[in-house]
Design a protein around this ligand. Structure first.
Ligand SMILES: C[S@@+](CC[C@H](N)C(=O)[O-])C[C@H]1O[C@@H](n2cnc3c(N)ncnc32)[C@H](O)[C@@H]1O
Length: 771
């Protein structure tokens, strides 16, 4: 069975290619690597040899969009910084202060701020210091002044002086900080490296190295360059270790037993090791030539984690604001002039476009790390105050984007960017959401996107309690391809025609919207849907213990099922499940129906007629509605519905089986115990955190300071607890989801069976009466 990474978190490593490239690099200095040399031949050979290697699945960069949650955080006046340093509030370091901790971190943050200013950043309204986002959150961005951003729309005084109020939606966003794109670390920047630039350019031009790997390799080399690196102050402020599970020790990993993440971590670690095994020696030779120490596996993991936890896709407009440019593009493609204000980071925080103001602006997407902005932490609730966008200097219309845009700025060296946050440099701006106000000293949050805890933990090393974007991933078991019979082939072909995979994602059952009246799939989570029940509430929703279901005698069971809210399965989930229960004839029938539908749509498109909405492939069956119509149904209709309900019964049974397996994986002997046990463990951790908070109260001086060994031991304990807590929050969410769906699915099956029985009874009595 293919282990799919539900969150598309796998790195796009191309190990064979990287190996060849690095080998080539190691045997040639900057001036000697050129097309047509022996190196070029070696690389050509490498590309040919690699042609058969399947491409790793690409994934969208973690985009920092607005959304929701920070949790247990407030408790963390004492926390272990991501760099493994113990930080105690804001108090200046006294004799007992951990010299390697707070003072180092504060000094690193100050040095970073000076460096950012020298690059041309405007950080006058922000400060980088220890975050309060949660245990291990490291540093964060804080406001140094009170700032507020007015709501979009007319000002309150506009009825008095209408013209001074300005048009609704045209207000410029309030900028809290601005970072020059020229200082961003991108593949282009790697190409400008005085020693390695030519090699990077040459390899990227020939697509022998992908942009992300180039940036990771560049990051690694920059770190090894130490004080000589152009980014030294930034690198010094970065975490030295990460809580992402690829760094977990075996004991930490065992806390994830039975989860999708555990499988994903295994797969990613294997790929990373594979990449490293190919990278290691050529990279070592390269570093030796540069006079740097030999890079280690830990260096590679560090670069990998830095990239995945801080990298961004930067939409760089040729002119003006990315938000407006994106709005203009969508307005132009929609053929009308009112943008929706969707920003570069998708948070809709930017100013909208006034009607008639459409001006098409080209955008180039650059992947990279933006020093300074990358210190902004995430939360989903309360909503983050900030969002970011790239703003290029205004240029006259009509020019082509690619040559002369922000990308040109992106290619400048850091030092040449010291033009201050002036209007002639492309800047990445941290903007305040309209209608928001921040106080001095308040931590500024952005959103990393509507990410589940699986994604947050995998990429960023933390999980957010009460995350509204949680989902459960289920796999349909597939035998090895060599064992497929005709039916299995037909199943997989139909699945592929639907554009589906043998796996699906389940948000909380309360957040799924039902199918619309025309039968179109109500797939996915309902926006602003009911918040998933957490903790005890969810446990109550889900019965008790592993595999808990509706218990008691048949009457009580039926009554409980009848009282349960109806099960709404997202359309794609239903379609996927049905593919695995249909028989051969039914599969062929579905295939033909799909073909007809495709042809109809093609014909409609050619004729310029409106396209019919794509309907969910399985029929809409609302049990309550069917039951209320039952007394009026004729025999033919009853038979028709009995056939459909028969299929639904099989689908539900398969679904329940998958859920039972999942619950067992999570809570059974191979898993990590029951949800109730997890709740108790989390409560214990909270109590311990509260106790140690009192012990390590900010400003409390301990003299003499604890011996280094003792401090290190304490730091390791903190790290272990932090990882355990993150694993707990994530796995509890998974257990809650699995149980909630199981209870709902079992109740639906009970109701469905009762309805089928009643239909059959009515059908036979109608037929008897006819005779
Ligand atoms: C883009 S960086 C932000 C800056 C980071 N705090 C630092 O010290 O460098 C992302 C990392 O910040 C931390 N982080 C961000 N938001 C967090 C949150 N809500 N809770 C805990 N850690 C968080 C995680 O370690 C994550 O990998």
């Amino acid at each position: 069975m293919v282990v799919g990474l539900g969150f598309r978190a796998a790195a796009r490593d191309n190990p064979a290619i990287i190996y060849q490239i690095l080998r080539a690099l190691s045997s040639a200095s900057a001036s000697t690597v050129a097309p047509g040399t022996g190196v070029a031949a070696a690389l050509r050979a490498a590309t040919v040899a690699d042609a058969g290697t399947p491409k790793a699945e690409g994934r969208a960069l973690p985009r920092w969009l607005p959304a929701a949650a920070m949790a247990a955080a407030a408790a963390a006046a004492t926390m272990v910084a991501a760099g493994g340093l113990v930080v105690s509030g804001d108090a200046p370091p006294g004799p007992a202060a951990d010299a390697s901790g707070q003072s180092n971190q504060a000094a690193a943050a100050r040095e970073l701020e000076d460096w950012l200013k020298a690059q041309g950043a405007d950080v006058s309204k922000v400060q980088i210091k220890p975050s309060q986002a949660g245990p291990g959150a490291g540093l964060g961005l804080f406001a140094t002044a009170a700032v507020s951003a007015q709501r979009h729309g007319a000002s309150w005084w506009s009825w008095l002086w209408p013209r001074r109020g300005g048009a609704a939606g045209q207000r410029e966003p309030t900028t809290l900080a601005a970072f020059p794109l020229a200082a961003a670390i991108t593949a282009r920047k790697a190409c400008q490296d005085p020693q390695l630039g030519e090699q990077f350019s040459w390899m990227l031009d020939r697509q022998l190295l992908d942009e992300r790997t180039a940036v990771m390799v560049y990051l690694l080399v920059e770190r090894l360059r130490g004080d000589k690196s152009a980014y030294a102050p930034w690198i010094r402020a970065l975490p030295q270790s990460f809580d992402a599970p690829i760094n977990f020790a075996a004991a930490d990993l065992s806390e994830l037993r039975g989860t999708t993440l555990a499988k994903a971590v295994e797969a990613v670690s294997r790929r990373m090791r594979d990449t490293w095994s190919r990278l290691e020696s050529p990279l070592a030779a390269l570093c030796r030539d540069l006079g740097l120490r030999r890079p280690t596996w830990d260096d590679w993991v560090w670069a990998y984690c830095v990239w995945w936890s801080r990298g961004q896709s930067l939409p760089v407009p040729e002119s003006g604001s990315a938000t407006k440019a994106l709005a203009s593009l969508s307005a132009a493609s929609n053929g009308h002039g009112h943008g929706n204000g969707a920003s570069g980071n998708g948070n809709g925080g930017g100013a909208g476009l006034a009607a008639g103001a459409v001006r098409k602006v080209n955008i180039e997407v650059v992947e990279g790390l933006v020093p300074g902005l990358d210190f902004a932490n995430h939360r989903h609730s309360p909503p983050p105050q900030c969002w970011w966008e790239v703003v290029a200097p205004e240029r006259p219309t009509g020019k082509d984007a690619t040559g002369s845009t922000g990308s040109a700025s992106a290619s400048a060296t850091p030092s040449s960017a010291s033009t201050s946050a002036s209007s002639n440099a492309t800047m990445v701006r941290l903007q305040l959401h309209a209608g928001t106000r921040v106080r001095p000293g308040e931590e500024l949050f952005i959103s990393y996107g509507d990410k589940s805890n699986e994604e947050l933990l995998m990429l960023y090393g933390f999980a957010a309690p009460g995350n509204p974007h949680e989902f459960l991933m289920l796999y349909c078991p597939i035998p090895p391809q060599a064992e497929w019979d005709d039916v299995m082939h037909a199943r997989m072909e139909l699945l592929q025609s639907y554009g589906l995979r043998p796996q699906f994602f389940l948000p909380h059952p309360d957040s799924v919207s039902g199918p619309s009246e025309d039968g179109t799939a109500g797939s996915g989570a309902k926006r602003g849907g009911k918040k998933p029940a957490g903790g005890k509430a969810a446990a109550a929703d889900s019965g008790s213990g592993a595999g808990a279901g509706v218990q008691g005698d048949a009457a009580a069971e039926a009554a409980a099922a009848a009282a349960a809210p109806p099960l709404v399965l997202p359309g794609d989930v239903l379609d996927t499940l049905e593919v695995f229960v249909l028989n051969f004839q039914e599969l062929a029938h579905r295939s033909r129906a799909l073909q007809t539908q495709t042809e109809d749509r093609r014909a409609a498109r050619a004729a310029g007629s409106p396209l019919a909405a794509v309907a969910q492939h399985s029929p809409v069956l609302e049990l309550a509605a069917l039951r209320s119509r039952l007394p009026r149904m004729a025999a033919a209709e009853l038979k028709h519905y009995l056939a459909s309900l028969g299929l639904r019964m099989a689908t539900l049974t398969a679904f329940i089986r998958l859920l039972e397996i999942k619950v067992l994986e999570l809570e059974g002997a191979e898993g990590t115990g029951s949800l109730e046990q997890d709740e108790q463990l989390l409560a214990r951790l909270d109590a311990q955190a509260a106790a140690s908070l009192a012990e390590d109260a900010p400003g409390k001086l301990v003299y003499p300071p604890a011996p280094k060994q003792q401090q290190q031991h304490k730091e390791r304990e903190h790290e272990r607890t932090r990882r355990l807590r993150a694993a707990l929050v994530y796995r509890m969410g998974q257990k809650q989801l699995a149980r909630a769906w199981l209870v709902r699915a079992k109740a639906e099956l009970t109701n469905l069976l009762a309805l089928m029985r009643d239909m059959e009874t009515r059908c036979s009595s109608l037929e008897r009466a006819k005779k």
